[in-house]
Design a protein around this ligand. Structure first.
Ligand code: G3P
Length: 220
């Protein structure tokens, strides 16, 4: 599974990129607004940090305007993937942009039927929101399972990107369900490292080694 960071924060991206495990980045209008710079500027800086797919979302709601905006975003860098919402207008724009060779990530997907529409429109990526479904009492992971199954049934090339992941379990379950990509906040990626037995084991290894080779003068 590819690991994407779901943030527009440059410090978080630099830290994540230094681990050597970040395959791409997803942003949305809320994440861009948090950083206070215009999208073109922010996204260009992100492309300098992470070499992988970088999703940049349109803010227009009408297909024609989305297409104009999408073409402009795609010109910023070869790694840009244009993000369009899963609306009638968004699907219309996705279909047109995809035919032009512009890669589209269809976002705000909350049902398997919507995911079928995105695949049929030629989307490069579909983004089902796991955490936001959990928030309303549905099982977000079930949607990932349904979409991966349906796409497999028909050989759709659209990649399933599990979005709105709120903790390590969401990441693991998405991988179990066969999601191609998991996008997560920096905090969640950081949490994946943690295990008390790793800390305990490492402490013991260091203690045992140092007792013989550092603390015993004869051994030097
Ligand atoms: O970028 C889309 C998605 O990952 C947002 O997550 O936590 O705001 O539901 P969240």
């Amino acid at each position: 599974m590819k690991f994407f960071l779901d943030t527009a924060n440059l410090d978080e991206l630099k830290k994540g990129a230094s681990w050597g495990i970040v395959d791409g980045v997803t942003t949305n209008p809320s994440l861009i607004a948090k950083e206070g710079r215009p999208i073109e500027e922010q996204v260009r800086m992100i492309c300098d940090i992470v070499d992988g797919d970088i999703s940049a979302e349109v803010i227009s709601v009408e297909a024609g305007a989305m297409m104009t905006e999408g073409r402009k975003l795609a010109k910023i860098h070869k790694n840009i993937v244009v993000k369009c919402p899963l609306t009638r207008e968004g699907i219309k724009a996705t279909s047109a942009l995809s035919k032009e060779g512009i890669r589209v990530n269809v976002t705000l997907c909350f049902s398997a039927g919507q995911a079928l529409l995105a695949a049929k429109a030629g989307a490069y990526i579909i983004s089902p929101f796991v955490g936001r479904l959990d928030d309303v009492g549905a099982v977000g992971l079930d949607l990932i399972r349904s979409i991966t199954q349906i796409y497999r049934n028909y050989g759709y090339k659209t990649q399933v990107l599990a979005a709105s992941l709120r903790g390590p379990l969401h990441v693991i379950d998405s991988a179990m369900a066969g999601a191609h990509i998991g996008t997560m906040p920096f905090k969640v990626m950081d949490m994946l490292f943690n295990h008390p037995l790793t800390d305990k084991g490492l402490e013991q290894f260091m203690k045992d080694y140092n007792k013989v080779f550092t603390e015993t003068p004869a051994a030097r």
